[in-house]
Design a protein around this ligand. Structure first.
Ligand SMILES: [Zn+2]
Length: 347
């Protein structure tokens, strides 16, 4: 039972025993028996940590120029942290992703404990794109700073546009300010909303050192998200790794990312058109919408576009609309599309 389901709850073991042998055992006895069985089957946690240096060497050997580093506690020599960012992760992010990074901490389960820190971006087709992950002892400003400093070693610190999005993680805000002072830090609006207890909502919101409103977001990230959905998808995707000790966990996540990339590569080979499917769908959707818009052309490149409730100025040359969408997501908004779609337009 334990081999097939390492996290099987003691209660379920009990019902299995009852069914098969008519036996019923106390909860703690079952819990300890499960731990013992896990150690026998998967090796003990201490044994697992012994493999940390070997795994790091092996990963580097198979993935040259990757960035893999780990630390042991100086006083008792126990395992502390392990950071993984393969060269393909970094290259893919720098050449094919939006300059938006979701950061998240996800608590590891069962007796191994610790926290999995992850950095994910989105590729051109809006697919989740892992940049780095690490197992650390706990979430703090210290561990987040360490994580971000490692990231500087790979993606650098001088990207002209860079935005982070996260929940209100412990110590993360300060760590970003310290390591990436120029970057934007968006806070997940859903998370923010859940945590608002202040009766003076407005003053609370404007006092926050984070961005939470789209109108405030940095131009050029190509993504308007104000929720940390990438982190949620990542955590759900690697859920079965959360119960494993460090070495197995890292190997499992590595394997998953590798398979995902291979799958995407095969899928993208079937794409025949100039635009990626996700953008194509957006353009199809926006060009077939039935919004009633009145376009008043001012010059070759400028027009005033009026809808039922709003009026905006589109400037095609600058890829700009006063609604803000074009600048934010990098794709023309409904107003720009209405203008470009006019017969009189020379484009
Ligand atoms: Zn617009």
């Amino acid at each position: 039972m334990v081999k097939r389901y390492p996290d099987i709850p003691p209660k379920e073991i009990n019902s299995g025993l009852e069914k098969e042998f008519g036996l019923s055992l106390p909860y703690m006895k079952l819990w300890r028996a499960r731990e013992q069985a896990r150690d026998t089957i998967f090796g003990s946690v201490d044994d697992n940590y012994k493999w940390v240096p070997t795994m790091a060497a092996e990963l580097l050997d198979r993935n040259p120029v990757s960035y893999i580093t780990y630390t042991f506690n100086a006083t008792d020599n126990s395992f502390q942290r392990f950071y993984v960012s393969f060269k393909v992760y970094v290259d893919g992010f720098l050449y094919g992703c939006k300059p938006l990074i979701s950061l998240d901490a996800c608590h590891l389960k069962s007796k191994y404990l610790g926290v999995l820190l992850s950095a994910n971006s989105v590729d051109g087709n809006n697919g989740l794109f892992t940049i780095a992950f690490a197992v650390v002892e706990a979430e703090s400003k210290h561990s987040w700073s360490w994580f971000l400093k490692n990231m500087v070693e790979t993606i650098g610190s001088n990207l002209s546009t860079l935005s982070f999005i996260s929940d209100m993680e412990k110590g993360l805000g300060e760590a970003i300010k310290e390591i990436y002072p120029e970057a934007e830090h968006r806070i997940c609006i859903r998370h923010l909303w859940k945590n608002i207890k202040s009766p003076t909502l407005y003053s609370y919101l404007i006092s926050l050192p984070y961005k939470w409103s789209r109108s405030q977001f940095m131009i050029g990230t190509g993504h308007a998200t104000n929720t940390n959905n990438f982190a949620e998808s990542f955590n759900a995707w690697i859920a079965d790794a959360r119960t494993k000790p460090a070495v197995d966990l890292i190997d499992l996540v590595r394997g998953k990312v590798m398979e995902q990339r291979a799958q995407r590569k095969m899928t993208s080979l079937t794409w025949q058109r100039e635009l990626v499917p996700n953008v194509e769908e957006y353009i199809r959707d926006i060009t077939t919408r039935k919004d009633h818009l009145v376009v008043r052309q001012a010059s070759n490149f400028k027009a005033e576009v009026e809808g039922l409730h709003s009026r905006h100025i589109v400037d095609i040359e600058r890829k700009h609309c006063t609604c803000g969408v074009w600048q934010l997501i990098g794709l023309p908004c409904i107003h720009a599309v209405a203008f470009i779609g006019m017969k009189e337009h020379p484009l």
